[in-house]
Design a protein around this ligand. Structure first.
Ligand code: AKG
Length: 345
């Protein structure tokens, strides 16, 4: 499959914010794609992008996907956002007021998998994370408009800081699925790899070098990589809904923090067989094929679902019995009246 580095946006004349312009942007001619996934990424440009990531803890990428790939992802993502997940209805999860979460986006569309193992992404990740990294989480969310500061400055906590003395490397690949003018990803460049990641306290926030703040606004398809120890946050205010995906790559052998084991956050990826054609051995490794390190067999969540779930389940049982009864009565009347049975679909 050939990869094109093209603008894939419904943004009209949307321009990156002035802060984003400060980021070094790479043009189509900097990075070439010349056929198969594994070839054709110009090494000089890859080195420059990797060096920028190393220096700033964040780097904006050239457009990675075709307009068609992006459209497929947007359509599949929007379909999952139609309703809350319940019983046989797929949908989003909601555990907080301002975000609708879609777990396991690799199930949704080919584009999500293509992005995960994009040659440019792999080249940069290999330089930054070494040869043993895997994709350990692939999710996205729709952020709802709010002026509330619900998601403060932080580094992402994932490894067990009680046993791991080293500041471990993890990279997130982010991509917007909508044009983002407000509530963009914000980062303080150069703050990565300095300390174990955590939620920053008020006193620490006061000390942040705000002149190094970068705000990554941009059209749908805008993609960037960041070291998750870099101080970052979702921007405020969020004036219109924002859809974005975030993939986390790290070495799966590093001991996970207790909270993430409890919630089984870094379970082996859930994948869709339809999208797994033509994967190289390296792609299979990155997607964690056959790696059971973080598998928790027969996992069920430890918390009890809320009372409302039990009320729903009870009312579902009652309504299924009532529906069965109604169908039996309707069938009886159709027989008496000599009518043909109706199909539902
Ligand atoms: O949604 C955003 O812009 C911020 C994402 C974030 O903080 C994270 O992925 O850790």
């Amino acid at each position: 499959m050939a990869y094109q580095f093209c603008a894939a946006s419904d943004a009209g004349d949307l321009r990156p914010s002035h802060i984003e312009k400060a980021m070094k942007r790479f043009s189509e001619s900097d990075i070439h794609s010349e056929g198969p996934r594994e070839h054709g990424v110009r090494l000089a440009s890859v080195d420059a992008l990797a060096a920028e990531l190393e220096r700033n803890g964040v780097v904006a990428l050239p457009s990675l996907l075709t307009a068609e790939q992006l459209r497929g992802m947007q359509t599949a993502f929007a379909a999952r956002l139609k309703r809350l997940r319940w019983n046989q209805f797929d949908g989003y999860q909601r555990t907080e007021p301002y975000r609708l979460m879609i777990e396991d986006v690799l199930l949704l569309d080919q584009g999500f998998v293509d992005l995960a193992v994009h040659p440019l992404v792999k080249e940069i990740l290999a330089r930054y994370l070494g040869p043993a990294y895997e994709l350990t989480e692939a999710k996205g969310w729709k952020s709802l408009p709010t002026k509330r500061d619900f998601h403060g400055w932080h580094g992402d906590m994932w490894y067990d800081q009680t046993v791991e003395k080293k500041v471990h490397r993890e990279i997130k690949l982010a991509m917007y699925l909508t044009d983002v003018r407000s509530g963009a990803f914000n980062v303080i460049k150069g703050t990565h790899q300095r300390q174990h990641p955590h939620n920053l306290k008020r006193a620490e926030i006061k000390e942040l070098p705000m002149s190094d703040r970068i705000e990554l606004a941009g059209p749908a398809g805008t993609a960037f990589l960041f070291d998750t120890t870099v101080v970052h946050r979702q921007g405020i205010p969020m004036l219109e809904p924002r859809k974005a995906i975030f993939y986390a790559y790290h070495d799966p052998r590093v001991a996970l923090q207790g909270e993430d084991i409890y919630y089984n956050r870094y379970h082996p990826l859930f994948l869709n067989a339809a999208f797994l054609g033509n994967l190289s051995e390296e792609d299979q490794r990155i997607l964690g094929f056959g790696n059971k390190t973080n598998l928790q067999p027969a996992f069920t969540r430890h918390e009890n679902p809320p009372l409302i779930q039990r009320a729903y389940s009870a009312s579902l049982s009652v309504s299924l019995r009532m529906e069965q009864f109604r169908e039996r009565m309707a069938a009886r009347w159709r027989r008496v009246l000599g009518m043909r049975p109706k199909t539902r679909y």
